[in-house]
Design a protein around this ligand. Structure first.
Ligand code: NDP
Length: 305
């Protein structure tokens, strides 16, 4: 049982890292537990142009700056895959490797995971042309045709990113209108390498030599199927909250998003939650950071009182 810390922050994305800055500056002993690289979704985002004070930055650069800042005031960054939380005056955070942390307060900042298309051959061909990270894998498809699925900010931004490598991006959406912000839509409509395909859903992925070679799309209106040659498929169809480890606490809505009050506190005293994992309307780096600051400040007052 590790009792060194006052607060455990679960997740080191923008919400968790901001919480670490605020909580450690307030004098708390803070540990950020993360099972992947720090940065959360930022490290999979090509360009950020809506973080105030920074007109443009790559997601990775901003993530690294945040990471350095988050550990600058004594917060520790530790590997940990949390599988359960047990509430009480002293709370326990259980990790998959058997480590148990005993703390006064917890801040959940685990964000979301990419949603799968759930179509034939998707899982089998993941890493063989199916990728959920254009930044990680886009450069492998130089001068080739690729396909992006989805009509939100992520799909459109990553389509624009891919145009610097590939010869053509087929951007497939199931409706007739995008969800993305107008500014990004305008860039996509104007880009000669992006072929917008409206009113189609993916139904199957075909392979040649164990690599993606085609995607089968179904016309939503006529139900007719077409085959589109493609070397890669990048699904960007939204995400789901990472909250399986809090099921026993009963603090999530039907979709799994965590419910909090204005202090970012859940219905369990001393357990706070921040960022994309929360039920909220606007999921942005800036709103995640704001949640993280509030959660840390609330955790400080909870411990002090
Ligand atoms: P969104 O939920 O905004 O968009 C998901 C898209 O995928 C929609 O076009 C949706 O279609 C489509 N879709 C969902 N399920 C399927 C399916 N099974 N088959 C085909 N298409 C499907 O997700 P994002 O990941 O783009 O964004 C998530 C949040 O993050 C948003 O709030 C967004 O604004 C934010 N974000 C902000 C950024 C920024 O500000 N720079 C960058 C990236 C994300 P339909 O519309 O028909 O439901």
């Amino acid at each position: 049982m590790d009792t060194r810390y006052d607060v455990i922050i679960i997740g080191a994305g923008p919400a968790g890292m901001t919480a670490a800055v605020y909580a450690s500056r307030a004098g708390l002993k803070v540990c950020m537990l993360e099972k992947s690289a720090p940065g959360g979704k930022l490290i999979k985002t090509y360009e950020i142009s809506n973080w105030p004070g920074v007109k443009e930055s790559s997601g990775v650069d901003l993530a690294m700056q945040m990471f350095e800042h988050s550990t600058h005031f004594s917060a520790e960054y530790v590997y940990g895959d949390v599988i359960n939380i047990i509430d009480g005056d002293i709370k326990q955070v259980e990790c998959a490797d058997g480590n148990i942390y005993s703390v006064k307060a917890i801040i959940i900042a685990t964000g979301t995971n990419e949603r799968l298309l759930n179509i034939e051959n998707e899982t089998k061909l993941t890493g063989k042309g199916v990728s959920y990270c254009a930044i990680c894998d886009g450069a492998f498809f130089k001068n080739q045709e690729v396909t992006v699925i989805g009509g939100g900010n992520s799909a459109l931004e990553e389509s624009l990113y891919l145009t610097q490598f590939v010869s053509k991006v087929n951007l497939v959406i199931r409706k007739q209108e995008f969800r993305a912000e107008q500014e990004i839509q305008d860039k996509v409509y104007a880009h000669q390498k992006i072929n917008i395909m409206k009113g189609y859903v993916p139904v199957k992925i075909n392979a040649e030599n164990d690599k993606v070679s085609e995607i089968v799309l179904e016309d939503v209106a006529s139900k007719e199927q077409i085959i589109v040659p493609t070397k890669a498929i990048f699904p960007y169809i939204g995400s789901d909250p990472v909250t399986s480890f809090v099921k026993s606490l009963n603090i999530s809505d039907a979709q799994g998003y965590i419910l909090v009050d204005e202090n970012m506190e859940t219905s369990h005293k001393g357990i706070f939650s921040a960022g994309d994992v929360n039920q909220k309307k606007l999921r942005q780096v800036v709103t995640a950071a704001s949640d993280g600051a509030i959660a840390a400040q609330s955790a400080f007052h909870y411990i002090k009182d």
